[in-house]
Ligand binder design. Structure first.
Ligand SMILES: [Zn+2]
Length: 339
């Protein structure tokens, strides 16, 4: 039985079921956020505060027998609530450290070879959420992916193992198919770590196809590999490596368009970098500034968050630079044809 007779009171099933339901929803949104925003070895921590809030702010109504032998419903006293809350925090721990099993949207539900506890049964049939992720077969374009695929009639069993008294880890398999091309499915291996002290972490520890990044058309083809490596590095939780690749991207681009070789440093390259007439130079961050900001981050790395913020800023500056360049060239071409 799962905590259905807490501290001698009956009637806690509703609160228990609601907590389980809320945990399952949290797991689903967390998986979607993990797969949509992280790449291989990237991880996220679950925000467990909604569960804590529910336990703490819940008004617990119980059915009891009064002194006249009549049934009555009453709210728990403050002291009783404290005891019950402690039990529910224990249930939260049990939910997060239990073996979760999943269903696919497309087809199939989890099979578990081992006999399940009541809590494990309650934590099964979590539907693997739909995600918008980049598809290798669609040239890295971000497309809608549903879980499962035609012909799959079960989700492989999850594996769980204890790490020590208070910690447990498990790895589960999440199969997906791109709704645009419906080509080869992509399968993720996600590891869950839970301890009451450190909370719950989900990490992508394997993926069946090599991740690809979507690169906008106006980014020069010759240097797209460096841009792609930058995006994959940052996505995989290594923004400093991403920053390094962005700098290589700028350097290689400038060498190619100026025709100057590796003997020339960035300052010289920038001086020879000619922008077309009409390019909104004054309104945008120049590549020179972007390059210096990237160099500063490499020579004096800040915290993870600072590095990530710098990566995102530089990426946006570069993106706008090339978008504006493509537009200016197009406008110039149209006006040269019409004149
Ligand atoms: Zn596709």
């Amino acid at each position: 039985m799962i905590q259905s007779n807490l501290n001698g009171f009956k009637g806690f099933e509703t609160y228990r079921d609601e907590l389980i339901q809320q945990a399952k929803e949290l797991i689903k949104t967390s998986i979607a956020s993990l797969l949509e925003t992280r790449s291989i070895y990237g991880s996220i921590r679950l925000d467990l505060s909604p569960l804590d809030k529910k336990i703490q702010q819940q008004e617990y109504i119980v059915q009891t027998t009064n002194q006249f032998g009549l049934q009555e419903r009453r709210a728990l006293s403050e002291a009783e609530s404290q005891v019950v809350q402690k039990e529910f925090f224990g249930l939260k721990d049990a939910i997060l450290s239990s073996l979760w099993s999943f269903d696919c949207e497309y087809a199939g539900s989890a099979t578990n070879l081992f006999s399940q506890t009541e809590l494990e049964q309650a934590m099964s049939h979590i539907t693997i959420p739909k995600v918008d992720i980049s598809c290798t077969h669609c040239k890295g374009e971000v497309t809608s992916h549903t879980s499962g695929y035609e012909g799959l009639n079960y989700v492989p069993s999850n594996i769980q193992y204890g790490l020590n008294d208070s910690k447990s880890a498990s790895v589960f398999v999440l199969p997906y198919i791109c709704q645009k091309c419906r080509k080869e499915p992509v399968v993720f291996f996600v590891r869950k770590d839970y301890s009451s002290k450190n909370g719950c972490k989900l990490q992508i520890v394997g993926v069946s196809s090599f991740p690809s990044a979507h690169i906008a058309k106006y980014i020069p083809k010759e240097e797209q590999t460096h841009m792609s490596n930058a995006l994959i590095s940052n996505h995989g939780g290594m923004p400093l490596a991403g920053i390094f690749y962005l700098r290589v991207f700028i350097e290689q681009y400038l060498h190619r368009v100026t025709g100057l070789d590796g003997k020339f440093d960035c300052e010289a390259l920038m001086e020879h970098y000619a922008l077309p007439e009409g390019f909104p130079k004054d309104k945008l961050t120049s590549l020179k500034i972007v390059y210096h900001e990237l160099s500063n981050s490499i020579h004096q790395p800040g915290s993870f968050e600072e590095t990530q913020t710098q990566f995102e800023k530089s990426l946006q500056d570069i993106d706008i630079h090339f978008k504006a360049l493509a537009m200016t060239e197009e406008v110039n071409l149209v006006s040269s044809q019409s004149s």
